[in-house]
Ligand binder design. Structure first.
Ligand code: 4NP
Length: 157
């Protein structure tokens, strides 16, 4: 059995590609059969690779994300994924508004998965410095660890 997880931010070039890479990396040594993807609520960057600064932050942590391409989230994603994880509360509200009645996907906020951070946003690093991207990386890796543990527990339940 596999589990499919989609991370969603605004542009799909900064935060959600890093979350995608972090969860994929977190699960490499796991028995979980996991499918991970990311998308944006907006379409301005569709077809583009991650922001150079996001690519650099991933590279500082040993990961190449240059092959990823941005896309916009679609109603079909609510059928195709088990979990859709919003990076901030505005993304969450936008996803909630487009959620079809027959959605399979469970919608959550990324930092709700991290103890003590429930209800918080992963801040948009787009107008920030490199340090903002390292902060994003730190937050998405914390969440990826917690999500991997939760998904493994769910898989044996
Ligand atoms: P992301 O960051 O949502 O983390 O991918 C952004 C990327 C682009 C824009 C805003 C946020 N933008 O306004 O183009």
């Amino acid at each position: 059995m596999s589990v499919a997880v989609l991370f969603v931010c605004l542009g799909n070039i900064c935060r959600s590609p890093l979350a995608e890479a972090a969860l994929r990396q977190e699960c490499t040594a796991s028995d979980l059969n996991i499918i991970v993807d990311s998308a944006g609520t907006g379409d301005w960057h569709a077809g583009q690779p991650p922001d150079e600064r996001a690519q650099a932050a991933a590279a500082r942590n040993g990961l190449d994300i240059g092959h990823l391409r941005a896309r916009q989230v679609t109603p079909a994603d609510f059928r195709d994924f088990d979990h859709i994880v919003a990076l901030d509360r505005q993304n969450y509200r936008d996803l909630r508004a487009m959620q079809p009645a027959n959605a399979r996907a469970q919608l959550s906020l990324l930092l709700d998965h991290v103890e003590g951070r429930a209800g918080e946003d992963v801040a948009d690093p787009y107008y920030g410095e490199d340090a903002a991207f390292d902060q994003t990386w730190s937050e998405v890796t914390d969440a990826a660890r917690a999500m991997r543990q939760r998904l493994e527990a769910d898989a044996v339940a």
